[in-house]
Ligand binder design. Structure first.
Ligand SMILES: Cc1ncc(COP(=O)(O)O)c(C=O)c1O
Length: 470
């Protein structure tokens, strides 16, 4: 750094700080390669740091970096191979490098950013091609499924009720349709969009836990007869609870016959369309799709994608003309199709990861997760002390411990989930499915191995027996 008066100088050369950070990152990656025997407790140093007020004076940058690494190491990190809770993520190394580069240039994708803007468009096309959505689509990178779903539903609202973005919804009677097990980001989206979550029609599930199409058609027709405007049907391609896929082709038929917008929430599941297209047949007919590359494409958060068949649909709900953002030079600013204004270059990590690994490698990693889910299911099915909800469709496998002599299976499994978290060898959460408590592992990590899967069952059995006999 040549100017000694420049503000915000570190106590060591920035190159040294970077080298030190690289060492810490390398150590973290090595520690993610294999499971660790337990989750560490917060140590004294971290406890002291947590009590500190705003530091007015600088600390040596090496010390600050070491403290940062210590805090991160004592946090629950989803990239570890035995993190099975919720829908985890993997922090794929090349994605983390992509983020560092993107943040270094700190490009803003609100307005034209030259090559970066073109790369985002290309990355959107690549994401679509990977899952089998029409290559003529448009879209943008978002902070995740919540914003992708909200953006798509904003477009659907304007489509169904033109002018509602300007006039509001007074006098309108909109409704949105979904499965009873839709992700609650949809509920939140329609609350934010002024539609109101009371207008969300949760259609009952069939035996495969997808919504029943006949009941969907009836609900839409009944509403229409009463003067209600169907804004969208949200079909879920991989529910968060069990990984079920709504009957997409039948939903597409219903939507096309009635001229209703079909949105597919594939935030979790749609990457699997690259290797199991038959499970997702019909999703490509949707007018909009959400896909989270920070879930089953292994990239670090945040990396969501919203795809639409027609760019005009996003323009109609998001474009503005502002004095400080004239349109003479660029026909369209990225912000004309997005809800966010300042927007980081999230597309870069996706683009870089596809270049560095090739799309095929992502398909193979997804296949491996599907096999792991199946292995868990087979292992549990073969044991008398466990039962599974059913054969997994994707990579979520709800199962529970049912040893002889346990009277309240729900209470036992809730205690088991709590005890497993306290134990720390595997990280798993419970879920309530049809009012029954299950352990609900989800496999979306490329680091997870068959050994991790089999140990999950062994550890659950060991801890479960201890609780049952206490
Ligand atoms: C099906 C589905 N949709 C939407 C979301 C929300 O995604 P995000 O957390 O990226 O906002 C999730 C999160 O798990 C999900 O599983």
């Amino acid at each position: 750094m040549s100017d000694p008066d420049r503000p915000l100088r570190l106590d060591a050369p920035r190159e040294e700080a970077l080298e030190h950070a690289v060492k810490l990152v390398t150590e973290a990656w090595r520690s993610f390669d294999r499971f660790r025997p337990e989750e560490p407790q917060l140590d004294e140093r971290v406890r002291a740091l947590l009590k500190a007020g705003l530091p007015h004076d600088p600390a040596p940058v090496h010390e600050a970096l070491d403290d940062t690494a210590r805090i991160l190491d004592e946090s629950i990190a989803q990239p570890r191979p035995r993190y099975f809770a919720f829908i985890g993520s993997s922090g794929l190394e090349i994605g983390a490098i992509g983020d560092l580069l993107a943040h270094t240039y700190d490009i803003n994708l609100a307005v034209d950013a030259g090559a970066a803007t073109e790369i985002e468009r290309q990355a959107v096309r690549w994401a679509a091609e990977f899952v089998g959505y029409p290559a003529t689509c448009a879209g943008a990178f978002t902070s995740g499924g919540t914003i992708s779903n909200t953006s798509a539903l904003a477009a659907a609202r304007e489509h169904a009720l033109p002018g509602s973005r300007l006039e509001g919804l007074e006098g309108a009677r909109p409704a949105v349709y979904c499965s009873a097990e839709v992700h609650y980001s949809i509920t939140r989206a329609i609350e934010m969009l002024g539609i109101g979550s009371r207008q969300l029609r949760a259609i009952p599930l069939g035996p495969a836990r997808g919504l029943v199409p006949e009941l969907l058609a009836e609900a839409i027709d009944r509403d229409r007869a009463e003067g209600i405007t169907p804004v969208a049907v949200v079909a879920t391609a991989g529910t968060t609870l069990t990984g079920a896929i709504d009957p997409l082709d039948a939903i597409a038929d219903i939507c096309e016959e009635r001229g209703v917008w079909m949105h597919v929430d594939g935030a979790y599941g749609i990457p699997a369309a690259a290797v199991r297209p038959e499970l997702f047949r019909g999703f490509e007919r949707a007018r909009s799709v959400s896909l989270d590359a920070h879930k089953w494409l292994y990239l670090p958060k945040a990396c969501g994608v919203v795809l639409v068949r027609n760019q005009e649909d996003l323009v109609a709900s998001f474009a503005h003309e502002q004095g400080y953002l004239p349109h003479q030079r660029h026909e369209l600013h990225a912000v004309d199709i997005t809800f966010e204004y300042s927007r980081p270059f999230r597309a870069l990590k996706f683009w870089l990861a596809m270049r560095a690994h090739g799309a095929r490698a992502f398909g193979e990693a997804i296949e491996r997760n599907l096999r792991e889910a199946h292995l868990l299911w087979e292992t549990v099915e073969a044991r008398p002390d466990f039962e599974a909800l059913g054969e997994p469709v994707l990579s979520i496998v709800p199962f529970r411990h049912v040893p002889p002599g346990v009277k309240d299976v729900n209470e036992h499994n809730q205690r088991l989930a709590d005890a497993l978290q306290a134990d720390g060898r595997v990280w798993i959460a419970s879920a309530l499915i049809d009012d029954e408590v299950y352990l609900r592992p989800c496999f979306v990590n490329f680091r997870t191995t068959e050994e991790d899967v089999l140990d999950l069952v062994e550890i659950a059995a060991e801890v479960g027996e201890r609780i049952a006999s206490a």
